[in-house]
Design a protein around this ligand. Structure first.
Ligand code: FES
Length: 155
C-alpha cells in the first residue's frame, strides 16, 4: 500500500498533467488541489516542485496570500464572511459570532468535514453588506437565517 504522501503526489501529478505544467498554470493547479483535498498538503507542494519546477516556498507564498487557498484542511463547503469596514458597519461581526455558534470555531471543518467558515477580505459586494460567499457563490446581504440553514444541514 503506497504511503499517503505518495498517493497525494501521484494525484497532484495527474492534475498537473490535465492542467499543464507551465508556471502560469500554478494558480489553476492549486485551485484544483484545494477543491480535491480541501487544503494544499505539503506533498502537493512537493509534487508541484518536481513537476512544475516551482519551489515549495513559492507555492506556500501563494497559498498564504490568497484567501481561497489554505494550508490547513477546511470543510468541503466554506462560508466566507467579509470582514472589511463596509461589511463590519453592516453587522459582519455579528454574522461571524453567529457562524461560530452554529458552525463551530473559525477555520475548523464540521465533524462530517462538510462545512467550515472563515473571515475574508472584501468580496466586491460592498453595496450588499454584510457580504459572504457560500460554495463560492455570493450570499449578500448575509442573514442569520442563512447561517442557521447552513448549520441545520450539517448538524
Ligand atoms: S467590504 Fe465587504 S464586500 Fe466589500
Amino acid at each position: 500500500m503506497p504511503e499517503p504522501g505518495r498517493e497525494i503526489m501521484d494525484r497532484v501529478g495527474a492534475l498537473i498533467d490535465e492542467t499543464g505544467c507551465e508556471r502560469t498554470q500554478l494558480l489553476e493547479v492549486l485551485h484544483r488541489v484545494q477543491a480535491e483535498f480541501q487544503h494544499i498538503p505539503r506533498a502537493a507542494a512537493e509534487a508541484i516542485e518536481q513537476r512544475m519546477n516551482v519551489p515549495v516556498a513559492d507555492t506556500y507564498g501563494l497559498v498564504t496570500f490568497y484567501d481561497l487557498l489554505t494550508e490547513h484542511p477546511v470543510g468541503r463547503s466554506v462560508l466566507r464572511i467579509c470582514e472589511d469596514v463596509p461589511c463590519c458597519l453592516h453587522g459582519s461581526d455579528q454574522m461571524a459570532e453567529e457562524a461560530a455558534k452554529r458552525l463551530g470555531p473559525e477555520g475548523e471543518p464540521s465533524a462530517d468535514g462538510g462545512v467550515s467558515w472563515t473571515r475574508c477580505a472584501c468580496l466586491g459586494l460592498c453595496d450588499k453588506a454584510p457580504a459572504a460567499l457560500w460554495r463560492e457563490q455570493p450570499l449578500a446581504p448575509l442573514k442569520v437565517h442563512d447561517i442557521e440553514g447552513i448549520g441545520d444541514s450539517h448538524a
